[in-house]
Every structure is written in structure tokens, then in C-alpha cells.
Ligand binder design. Sequence first.
Ligand SMILES: O=C(O)C(=O)C[C@H](O)C(=O)CO
Ligand SMILES: [Zn+2]
Length: 271
Amino acid sequence: MVEVRYATAPDQVPGMTTDRLRSRFLAEDLFVPGEIRLVYSHEDRIVIGGAAPGGAPLDLPCPDEFRAEYFLERRELGVVNLGEPGAVTVDGEEYALGNKECVYVGMGSRAVSFSGGPFYLVSTPAHAGHPTVSAGLADAEPVRLGSQEGSNDRTIHKYIHAKGIQSCQLVLGVTVLAPGSMWNTMPCHTHERRTEVYLYFDVPQDDRVVHLMGRPDETRNLIIADRQAVISPPWSVHCGFGTRNYAFVWAMGGENQAYEDIEQVAIGEMR
Ligand SMILES: O=C(O)C(=O)C[C@H](O)C(=O)CO
Ligand SMILES: [Zn+2]
């Protein structure tokens, strides 16, 4: 149920085969009907997961790896609905979630269950309880970036961040590309103080996203299908282009919550 991924140093990347790269950084099978699947990354101890209720509601388990009484004893959780209307129930209170809507579940919440969806989960360690809050795309400070000419016309919706839903360290949002736009996060960046995870979705079955990762001057690519997630350590760029437009959930954890605290990469630095 939980797969543990240890952290990777940037100097390990040049010798890696495609399979090695994928097994380290890509989570390919998070969404299996009737299951909750989790990946525990040692990069900032971010846990990502998929909850795909196959009819009956699914309860969030507490993995042995947490050495905790319940999942959110020392953690917080962001949930995004990737599919059909559904609900997340937290200690008896139901939060109805439509497609691309989000609920933040604070530390100390004991019983979490899912129906409908499927739902994408991101959890980071926490030190204080913040209120559980749900939000829709319109609540999430939509910011339009890029252009049609640059094939990167996209809207960034920030859900959990310093000026939005409050959390201990989790930062999370959804970016939606306009029809005809394929590039995300270009020009790209790194952020030495935070790990980021991208979960690509709304990618049709016969399409793919080519995700670029690695040090800016030594990039590698991962060919990513629908509902697959890529772990981006602090030293790695994270950007990509699709064979058509798509959406993705981005989530971060680490030293700070400052979205603007990034190292911008000039296109000429990239190799
Ligand atoms: O399309 C984009 O650009 C993004 O969504 C960028 C992410 O939000 C990100 O990388 C935050 O650090
Ligand atoms: Zn980033």
C-alpha cells in the first residue's frame, strides 16, 4: 500500500537508465479502483497518493511507516478531485468536491474517507492544526500566464498557500492549460528550499506529457501518461510539454511557503 522512495542526489542522475529514473521519480500507478495507494518520498517527507473509490467509500489508512496512531497525527493533507463529483468526509463532516476542487485537511483530523472522485492526495509533516477548508477553482486566485503564441497560455489556481488556505508547510494548486497550449512552467525554475510534485491529469489516453527534470544544465526527460506524478527534488527543474493541452496539480513542502522564492533558469543555461 505504501511505497518508500529515498532521496536522490543530483550527481546520481547522469548514470541512470530510463527505468531507474522512472522508478526513482515517477509514480505511475497511484489510481487503482477500490484502493488507496501511497508513495512516501524522503524528499521533504512528502507523501503522495491516489484514492479511487470503486463504488464503496474508502477510509484513509495509517501506514506503519508513519509510526502514528492515525494518518494526520503529525501531518496535514491536500486533496484534489480529478474526476466525478464526490465527497471527502472528515471526522463526520462531509465536504462535497467537484472536478478540480480541493479540500485541505488539518493535523489532528482522525477519520478521513472518500467517495466518488478519484482523488489525488498530498501530505506533508505538520506541527500545528489548521482548520479543514474546501475551495473551488474560482476561490483560488486564478492567474493567467503565458500566451497562445508561446503555446503556454495557462491559468494557475493557488489553493493552499501563504495568502490562501492556511497550512503548516503544504503549498498546492492546479494549473490548467488552454486548448492549443502545451508548455507548462517555461521559462523554468528550481527552488532550493522546497520539493515539488507534479501530478498530470486530463491527459487523453493516446497523449503524453514530456516532463523535463534534472539540473538545468543536465536535463533528462520522463514521458508521462494521465494521472501519473513526478517528484521534483529542490535541485531539479520541473517543466514540460504535452502532445495536447492538459492540467496538473503542483504541490510543495519544505523550508518556506514563498511561491516567489525560486531560482529562475535562463533558457541559455539549459542543456
Ligand atoms: O504552469 C506553471 O508555471 C506552474 O504551475 C508552476 C508551478 O506552480 C510551480 O512550479 C510552483 O513552484
Ligand atoms: Zn516550481
